[in-house]
Design a protein around this ligand. Structure first.
Ligand code: BGP
Length: 488
């Protein structure tokens, strides 16, 4: 008997991914409260570190609110998706999208996070968006929390460091599940949940300076524990309220390689991979992995849990695993090596075999295949690549065209490896390219770091017509989808 090894099946979900705070704008319209993302400072490039969200402090927030700072505010006013969603969705439909990933900005629904009643205008906005998607048979994939904790929860409770936030989040989740039960089947709980340990403010609206006697790691892992419990409760609620719904977790995957074959390097890479996979391990297996006991002990981290937490985690694991993938990381225990990816990942060194993006992210399509194979073997659950893409400077030619061949090359190479992984037997639900329409960068707040197939006329200072136009990659991705990944 001949074995057929085929590529993507006919239900494969092709599409694109965004986040509310990076596309919507209208940060204070129709009853929306401020969210943590609205406060990230816009700092001119010359004065900039890698992730400005790390610089947010209690004092900074109070100063901005009191009008004492001159940094632009709001910091990320998006690309006006709030008013132009019909035009944008029509373009996604033209691309042939089967799925569109977006987030609900929690502060549109509960402006202060702990309000007694939801904000109807916020609920109506997303209902309109989901109905518009339905018109074109595009399946929404909705992130409940994409770095958008209501700012009031940060000021009042110190965000996810407080256990109280579990209750506010699950009420928000219940509200949107109930309202959109006929419109949305696929949900993600927390975007890149592991970012909490890199930047607790970004990941959970947590201000380290408010807990002076504890280490940043102690604070971050406690906040993440609260998110794990909230994620499990949300999974339970989704299954109860929306029959047939699918809930996933979401990880910023940092595939980590040893620089040499020195056993110390191998062990370091393995340990760093564990620290990254800890998050998906808890979500998928419903318990804390034993390798974390030593890490917690050595770093004097004690997680405060309630009696029922372990049972909740065990009872409601996620249905699928999703992740973002932009680059791989290389680490070593010895020798001098050139640092890479700025300060984004501590201790990451340059991999001599890989090229880098203009922002120092090391491009590694085969690393995507490695990750897919690993995840498949480790979890045995369906996988979903919900972010991947190349942030690049685009040049508009005098005739208005944009020849972004570099973007097509990047995506082509990653999709090729994704196809190989599927042939290896990996169960992959879909692929949503990051930022199908240009949007505000998460790590740098720049507009000029672009990912889109659709160009948006806006510069780093927020000037421009906001007109949309098609880049060369538009027709290319359209054909990829039309041929189900056969023609790349
Ligand atoms: C991920 C975030 C996104 C997104 C992307 C690209 O970490 O989930 O929100 O922005 O990275 O990053 P950047 O915008 O910094 O280029």
């Amino acid at each position: 008997m001949k074995n057929e090894i085929t590529g993507f099946d006919s239900h494969f979900l092709w599409g694109g991914a965004t986040a509310a705070n990076q596309v919507e704008g209208a940060f204070d319209k129709d009853g929306k409260g401020l969210s943590t993302a609205d406060m990230v400072p816009y700092i001119p490039k010359s004065k900039r570190g890698m992730n400005m969200a790390m610089d947010v402090t209690s004092e900074y927030i109070e100063d901005v609110l009191a009008g004492k700072r001159e940094d632009r505010f709001p910091k990320r006013d998006g690309v006006d998706f709030y008013h132009r969603y019909k035009e944008d969705i029509a373009l996604f439909a033209e691309l042939g999208f089967k799925v569109f990933r977006l987030s609900i900005n929690w502060a549109r629904i509960f402006p202060n996070g702990d309000d007694a009643k939801p904000n109807e205008k916020g609920l109506q906005f997303y209902e309109n968006v989901f109905k518009e998607l339905k018109k074109y048979k595009i399946e929404p994939l909705v992130t409940l929390s994409h770095y958008e904790t209501p700012l009031a929860l940060t000021r009042k409770y110190n965000g996810w460091y407080s256990r109280d936030v579990i209750g506010f989040f699950t009420r928000y989740a219940e509200t949107v599940f109930t309202r959109y039960k006929d419109l949305v089947k696929y949900w993600l709980t927390f975007n890149e949940i592991n970012v909490m340990t890199h930047s607790p403010y970004t990941g959970g609206g947590v201000l380290i300076d408010r807990v002076p006697n504890k280490t940043s790691d102690q604070i971050a892992y406690q906040a993440v524990h609260h998110q794990f419990v909230a994620s499990a409760i949300a999974t339970k609620l989704a299954h109860e309220i929306i029959p047939g719904s699918q809930v996933g977790c979401m990880l910023a995957r940092m595939q980590t390689y040893p620089v040499t074959n020195h056993p110390d390097d191998i062990l370091k890479a393995q340990r760093d991979n564990d620290l990254n996979l800890f998050f998906t391990d808890v979500h998928a297996k419903g318990e804390y992995p034993s390798y974390m006991n030593r890490f917690f002990a050595e770093n004097e981290i004690v997680i405060e849990k309630e009696a029922e937490d372990d049972t909740i985690l065990k009872q409601y694991p996620v249905d699928f695993i999703s992740f973002s993938y932009y680059m791989s990381i290389s680490v070593t225990t010895h020798g001098d090596h050139e640092d890479t990816v700025g300060n984004l990942v501590k201790g990451a060194v340059k991999n001599q075999y890989l090229e880098s993006s203009d922002w120092g992210w090391q491009i590694d399509p085969k690393g995507l295949r490695v990750t897919l194979r690993d995840f498949h073997n480790r979890y045995g659950k369906p996988l979903f690549i919900v972010e991947n893409g190349l942030g690049a400077y685009d040049t508009v030619e005098t005739d208005g065209t944009i020849k972004d061949t570099y973007r097509m090359d990047y995506l082509k190479q990653h999709i090729e490896q994704m196809k190989e992984a599927v042939k290896d037997g990996v169960n992959l639900l879909g692929y949503t390219a990051w930022g199908p329409i240009d949007l505000i960068s998460m790590s740098t707040s720049e507009m000029s770091k672009r990912y889109g197939f659709i160009y948006v006329d806006q510069d780093d200072e927020g000037n421009g017509t906001l007109n949309r136009s098609k880049k060369a990659s538009f027709a290319w991705y359209k054909n990829v989808i039309a041929t189900n990944g056969e023609e790349l």
